[in-house]
Design a protein around this ligand. Structure first.
Ligand SMILES: *[C@@H]1O[C@H](CO)[C@@H](O)[C@H](O)[C@H]1NC(C)=O
Length: 116
């Protein structure tokens, strides 16, 4: 019998509010996600505005958030970590494929006014 040992990774998503206007709210839908190593995970954020772009950040304990990816209408399927935007532009989903141990982190989504 071969038994496989999986490490369980925790991906936490949190929310931050846009600093530009102070009005447009960004909300995370799942507070935490558990994924096996090499598994796939996704996290969703919704926002009250349809303008601007959504950016995802990753934060490790005791460190500032690191920029991860910008959400796009057509998410790049070739990337291990990508973010898509729904057709109504209100929801964004961050997808993590083939999760690694270092993916264990807090994930933040933010609305930005700058289009890059
Ligand atoms: C993760 O997603 C990829 C591509 O969508 C798929 O090929 C793979 O089988 C999935 N892995 C698991 C563990 O579900």
């Amino acid at each position: 019998m071969i038994s496989q040992i999986y490490r369980v990774l925790f991906l936490l998503s949190s929310l931050i509010y846009t600093v530009e206007t102070g009005e447009d709210e960004v909300t995370q839908l799942a507070q935490w996600t558990v994924v096996k190593e090499a598994g796939n995970a996704s996290m969703e954020c919704s926002r009250t505005t349809t303008s601007g772009t959504v950016h995802w950040y990753r934060q490790y304990p005791n460190q500032p958030p690191q920029y991860l990816v910008m959400a796009k209408r057509e998410a790049d399927q070739h990337e291990r970590i990508s973010a898509s935007v729904s057709t109504d532009y209100k929801h964004t989903v961050l997808s993590v494929r083939d999760a690694r141990l270092y993916d264990t982190a807090i994930y933040l989504c933010a609305n930005g006014d700058t289009v890059v």
